[in-house]
Design a protein around this ligand. Sequence first.
Ligand code: FAD
Length: 383
Amino acid sequence: MHRIAEIQCIDMRHRIAVVGSGPAGLTFARVLHRHGYPVAVLERDPAPDARPPGGTLDLHEGLGQLALDKAGLQAEFRALSRPEGQAMRILDADGTVLRDWRPRPDDQANPEIDRGQLRDLLLGPLDVQWGRGVTQVVPGARDGVLVHFADGRQETFDLVVGADGAWSRIRPAVSPVTPHYTGVTLVETSLDDVDTRHPDLARLIGDGSVAVYGVNRALVAQRNSGGHVKVYAQFRVPLDWHTHLDLADVEAVRSSLLALFDGWAAPVLDLLRHGTAFVHRPLYVLPVSHTWTHVFGVTLLGDAAHLMPPLGAGANLAMLEGAELAESIATGPGDLDEAVRAFEEQMWARAGRWAKITMAGLERLVSPDPAQALALFDQVQPS
Ligand SMILES: Cc1cc2nc3c(=O)[nH]c(=O)nc-3n(C[C@H](O)[C@H](O)[C@H](O)COP(=O)(O)OP(=O)(O)OC[C@H]3O[C@@H](n4cnc5c(N)ncnc54)[C@H](O)[C@@H]3O)c2cc1C
């Protein structure tokens, strides 16, 4: 009798919420929507454009692109994405070109798409509840999982999916683990209208990315659409490296970065000299192979579940997980809780493999021996 009372047949009466409208949350909601399944999308930001959307993402054939296929969005993705953006040039710190790799015109392995374009593509018909920051979820309440909102309101759902990123407010309901600093900090800056304003830098960057590796330092510039470029300065420093620096003072941050990259070739340093503003992003990760004891009515997706170094996997995994969980809920034969349990096992195994790969990758890309970065590139890039 007890078991029968617990079984939840998967039907439209279930109240499902996803917290966060990043790649994970939106893909989950979009695939459920494709199957005619209702879901509440709860997002803290007051509007889709409340924050700059961030840089370009490469979506892999077997990960992010597979997720878009499950959402029925592959054709739209093809129309927006930039296969030529896969091009990669590697320089050493004195500006010597070490590798200059270009994709074939029909190469669809990892095309790039602007994050804002991807978000709009996924949003489509979804009715996101903007400005609904969640502060806490409490599983095991009498009527389901209790969600507390920042405005003091509360709501109850049968399943709450935490897709709320690195500093998830849902994660404490399933795991006490919090992210730790990798020892690498990233400072991001941007260039606009690069082809007209900085034609020399446009040539240096080419159609895709340029990466320069030195001792415990890396500088990567990536072309986005519309002549926009994102530049990522990465360096090994203690977390408090900026104690005597006002991070809001653009010129002070610029000088500090130029000092950190002192001696590098002038055209490379121009990427920092012409940057318009600087965003400080110390790189945090969750432990490799982060898992938890299953909790009835709550699960996690994407960075909330397995934050890892930003080496081209996080958004891809987040999207595929969103698509897979949605599919197993909408089309699976069993009860809702069984679908979630099965999904978690699958997610943990795959994310654990990628967490190991990306952690090892970060060690080699921002390394005391810059030859490690080149060797990694040669290992992963088809010649
Ligand atoms: C510089 C950089 C470059 C990267 N490049 C790539 C790349 O090329 N390819 C790749 O695959 N990955 C890349 N990544 C990683 C990728 O950005 C993340 O893995 C991905 O965004 C994770 O998606 P997510 O949906 O899990 O979380 P997020 O994208 O962090 O989305 C979380 C959402 O939840 C919302 N939210 C947060 N807290 C709350 C709350 N309390 N209540 C309600 N809503 C909330 C946020 O506003 C946000 O909309 C990169 C990361 C960085 C930093």
